[in-house]
Design a protein around this ligand. Structure first.
Ligand code: AMP
Ligand code: MG
Length: 407
C-alpha cells in the first residue's frame, strides 16, 4: 500500500498530452482551447455611434437648448454596415445610426430624441449642447489589438463562443477528446429499468462514469457491464487497450474470490504501477499502463468509484487535454471530520462562504456504499491521516466539484 502522495507522483509521470484538432466554432461548446485567442483587431474596431442620432461637431452646438435650438444642415446618412465618406464641415450634421461609423469631422452624437427627428428636411434642429465624444464608442476602448482574450486551456462556454465570434474566429484549435472505455464488473449488477431479484443491485457506477466523462469532454468509445469471469473481461479489455486512451473500471479489484480484474489486467500485459493506496474510501485502487493506454481500476462501492474518479481520473483527463490547473483550497470546518490513522480520508461535503470565510462540512453519511452522501454535495473534503481529530474551526482541504459553485 502506498500513500496518496506517492500514487499521485507515479501517475503524473505517466500522463501524456493528447494532440489537438480544428473544430467549427458552432461545434466547439465545452471543448478545451489549445491556443490563446488573441484580438486580431481592436474593439470597437472603429469609432461608432452608441445611439441613433446625428453626428455633429460639438462646437456647433454650444448654447443649443429646447428654447434656442441650433439648426444644422443634414448632408447624408451613415448607417451600420454602410459608412458615409462625407466629411463634416462647420454647420453640418449627418444622420448616424447605432453601430454606424462616425463620419470624419464629427466628434459627438446628438440622440434623435434631442432633435426635430429624422426627416427629409435638410435642416435639423439640435436642442441640446453636445459634449465632445458623447455617445461615441471609441476605437479600442474595450480591447487593444493583440490582447490575449482567452487563455489556452479554457473550456469553451457561451461567453467564450461569443468572444471568438466577435473577433472573427470561425474555427478553433481544441484538444482532441480522450477516447475512453468504461466497464463495471459484478454478477449482481442489473441495468436500471429492469426487474431485480433478491441479491441483485442496480448498476449505478457506469451511469456516474458516463456523466463524468461527458462533463469533462471525453468520448466513451466502449462501455459494458461484465460478469465476474475472466473470459468476458479479457475480450473487453484487449479491445479497449487497442482503441482507447484510458480504461476505467469499477469493481472487481479487491480481495474477493471473484475479483478478477487485476489478474486480467496483468495477464494482458498491463504494467502495474500500484495497487492499493492508503485512502478511504477506495483502498484497492489499481493503476497501470498498456502500450498507449492508462488504466484505472476503481473499487466498486459507489462512493469509492465516484470519489475515485474525481480524485484520480478527472485530473488526469484534464491534464491530457491541457486544461487549466485544478486548485484545491482550504476551508474551515463547522463540524468534526473523521480522520483516519493511516489512510487519507475523503468525504463528500458542502462548502459555502459566510462572513468572508469559506466554511464546509462533511456529509453525515460516511459509508462507501452510501451514494446519497453525494446528493447536495458541492465538494470533496480530504485530509491526511493523523492521530488527532479535526474539529469545528479546523481547516481542511476541499476540491469543489468542477460543475458546482459554492452554496
Ligand atoms: P467490488 O469492488 O466488486 O467488491 O464491489 C464492491 C461493492 O460495490 C459491492 O457491494 C458491489 O455490489 C458494489 N458495486 C460494484 N459495481 C457496482 C456498480 N457498477 N454499481 C453499483 N454498485 C456496484
Ligand atoms: Mg464485485
Amino acid at each position: 500500500m502506498i500513500s496518496v502522495k506517492e500514487a499521485k507522483s507515479i501517475i503524473n509521470q505517466k500522463i501524456f498530452r493528447l494532440g489537438s484538432e480544428i473544430v467549427q466554432l458552432n461545434n466547439s461548446t465545452q471543448r478545451l482551447l489549445s491556443e490563446d485567442i488573441i484580438a486580431k483587431f481592436p474593439s470597437p474596431h472603429f469609432n461608432n455611434s452608441a445611439m441613433d442620432g446625428f453626428a455633429v461637431r460639438s462646437l456647433d452646438t454650444i448654447g443649443a437648448s429646447k428654447e434656442n435650438p441650433v439648426t444644422l444642415k443634414n448632408i447624408g446618412i451613415s448607417s451600420a454596415g454602410i459608412p458615409s465618406n462625407l466629411v463634416l464641415n462647420k454647420g453640418e450634421c449627418i444622420q448616424c445610426m447605432t453601430g454606424a461609423k462616425i463620419p470624419s469631422g464629427s466628434d459627438a452624437i446628438v440622440i434623435v430624441e434631442d432633435t426635430t427627428g429624422f426627416s427629409d428636411n435638410p435642416n435639423v434642429k439640435i436642442m441640446i449642447e453636445a459634449l465632445p465624444e458623447s455617445h461615441i464608442r471609441k476605437k479600442g476602448e474595450e480591447i487593444k489589438k493583440g490582447d490575449i482574450l482567452i487563455n489556452k486551456g479554457t473550456r469553451i462556454k457561451p461567453s467564450e463562443i461569443g468572444i471568438c465570434a466577435t473577433f472573427g474566429y470561425g474555427e478553433l484549435k481544441v484538444s482532441k477528446k480522450p477516447k475512453i472505455a468504461i466497464f463495471g464488473t459484478g454478477n449482481e449488477l442489473v441495468e436500471p429499468g429492469k426487474n431485480i431479484k433478491e441479491g441483485e443491485i442496480y448498476n449505478s457506477n457506469l451511469y456516474v462514469f458516463s456523466d463524468l466523462v461527458k462533463k469533462i469532454g471525453g468520448s466513451v468509445l466502449m462501455k459494458d457491464v461484465l460478469k465476474d469471469d475472466k473470459e468476458h473481461l479479457e475480450s473487453f479489455l484487449s479491445e479497449a487497450m487497442e482503441s482507447c486512451d484510458l480504461v476505467i473500471s469499477s469493481g472487481g479489484v479487491s480481495m474477493g474470490r471473484f475479483d478478477y480484474v487485476r489478474d486480467v489486467f496483468l495477464d494482458l500485459g498491463v504494467e502495474e504501477h500500484f495497487w492499493k493506496v492508503a485512502q478511504k474510501p477506495g483502498k484497492p485502487l489499481f493503476f497501470g499502463t498498456g502500450d498507449k493506454t492508462l488504466i484505472f481500476g476503481l473499487p466498486g462501492n459507489p462512493v469509492s468509484s465516484y470519489i475515485g474518479f474525481m480524485v484520480w481520473v478527472w485530473p488526469v483527463l484534464n491534464e491530457m487535454m491541457g486544461g487549466n490547473r485544478i486548485k484545491s483550497f482550504k476551508a474551515e470546518l463547522t463540524e468534526p471530520f473523521p480522520l483516519e490513522k493511516i489512510k487519507y480520508r475523503y468525504l463528500f461535503g458542502k462548502a459555502w462562504v459566510e462572513d468572508g470565510k469559506v466554511r464546509c462540512k462533511p456529509s453525515k453519511k460516511s459509508g462507501s456504499h452510501m451514494l446519497t452522501s453525494s446528493l447536495n454535495a458541492n465538494c470533496i473534503l480530504g485530509a491526511e491521516p493523523s492521530g488527532r481529530q479535526l474539529n469545528s474551526g479546523d481547516l481542511i482541504d476541499i476540491n469543489l466539484l468542477p460543475w458546482e459553485t459554492m452554496k
